[in-house]
Design a protein around this ligand. Structure first.
Ligand SMILES: [Zn+2]
Length: 348
């Protein structure tokens, strides 16, 4: 190796180091550069330093030796600095506790009303009922007339019903359905008994809102039609369904109630799940909670559906899903459901 060569080599080593050190990303890269230049056997700078021995001229040897040594010191100093920089990053990383809990992204949930509705659907489905959905915008025939609610009936009052517009420019009014019972005659027209049907859905009442009244709420209509359906079938179905949804065995009590589309009609009470019927604030110390309206389907309804007079009997019931959810979860105010308050909804 000539002296000129050694000079050039030292210059190229400095250039190479500049490039390599600018590409360092980790302590491993620093170690690799160290090895590349200073490996005892094949390190690039080690080789140059080893070559010094063969230089004969003492002055030249001294000159080149000085230059080579300066290059070595400079590179080692820079490598030290890099090592320190990347070691401290590694040290910082090792202070990071990977076992700490991370930030959990907030997940959406199914609304409590929907949960109760889906549970009810599953329960009735397991009892052989089929599930229908229906029109929220309904004409007054199916909502009232066919259900034995004549035009003079107070339920049709403007204070209770949202009237929308004249139905297809006829004299028939269109309304937002006030109950899911609007589907009774629609389904009976399409299907012949035996029928076991539930219709969950949203209903609307033109009402002042307070802790127990909403203008928009959820119901589930249920009805069974066959040749020999009795009140005991009705109480059995209600007892089964309520026991399942409230997750404990409950009693059902029927009191007389008036709904134009059933005869006889009942208010069904459920034994209080809060106090097991002993009496508490929820049940107003009666041991019973008012649950739903029900009864044996009125002959006029069968007539509206075009069924042969006297051939069929059946029962119908309407479950208030909001009320049931309030009882199930102990919610005191019906308005909570529609507020969209995540602190409330996150509990379910
Ligand atoms: Zn009670």
């Amino acid at each position: 190796m000539s002296n000129q060569d050694m000079d050039t080599q030292l210059a190229s080593i400095q250039e190479e180091f500049k490039v390599k050190s600018s590409e360092v990303k980790s302590i491993t890269d620093v170690d690799a550069i160290n090895d590349y230049f200073f490996n005892r056997k094949k390190g690039k700078l080690t080789n140059v330093l080893r070559g010094l021995k063969s230089i004969k001229d003492p002055a030249e040897k001294k000159n080149l030796g000085k230059l080579a040594n300066e290059t070595k010191i400079e590179i080692l100093a820079k490598l030290d600095k890099l090592a320190l920089e990347y070691k401290s990053t590694t040290a910082k990383m090792s202070n990071f506790d990977v076992t700490l809990p991370g930030k959990t992204p907030s997940l959406g949930r199914i609304h409590p009303l929907r949960q109760v509705q889906e549970e009810l659907v599953d329960i009735f489905y397991s009892m052989g009922f089929s599930v229908h959905e229906g029109n929220e915008l309904e004409n007054e025939l199916y909502c009232f007339e066919y259900l034995n609610i004549p035009a003079t009936h107070p339920a049709r009052d403007l204070q209770d019903t949202f009237y929308v517009k004249k139905y297809q420019n006829s004299d028939i009014e269109e309304v937002l359905r006030t109950h899911t019972s609007n589907m009774q005659v629609r389904i009976m027209e399409q299907q012949k008994p035996p029928l076991r049907i539930v219709v969950p859905g949203r209903v609307f009442r033109n009402e002042a809102i307070d802790a127990s009244h909403e203008h928009t709420f959820y119901q589930m209509e249920g009805f069974v039609v066959d040749e020999d359906v009795s009140i005991s079938n009705l109480t059995y179905v209600l007892k089964e369904a309520m026991s399942k949804i409230l997750q404990q065995s409950v009693q059902i009590r029927l009191r007389p109630g008036y709904f134009p589309y059933v005869e006889p009609g009942f208010e069904a009470d459920c034994s209080c799940v809060n106090c097991d019927g002993k009496g508490c604030k929820t049940c107003k110390y009666t041991g019973w909670v008012e649950m739903l309206g029900c009864g044996m389907i009125h002959p006029k309804v069968f007539e509206s559906a075009g069924y042969e007079a006297g051939k069929y009997t059946g029962f119908a019931f309407g479950i208030g899903i909001n009320r049931l959810a309030m009882l199930k979860y102990g919610i005191p105010d019906i308005r909570e459901f529609m507020k969209g308050d995540l602190r409330f909804l996150d509990q379910f």
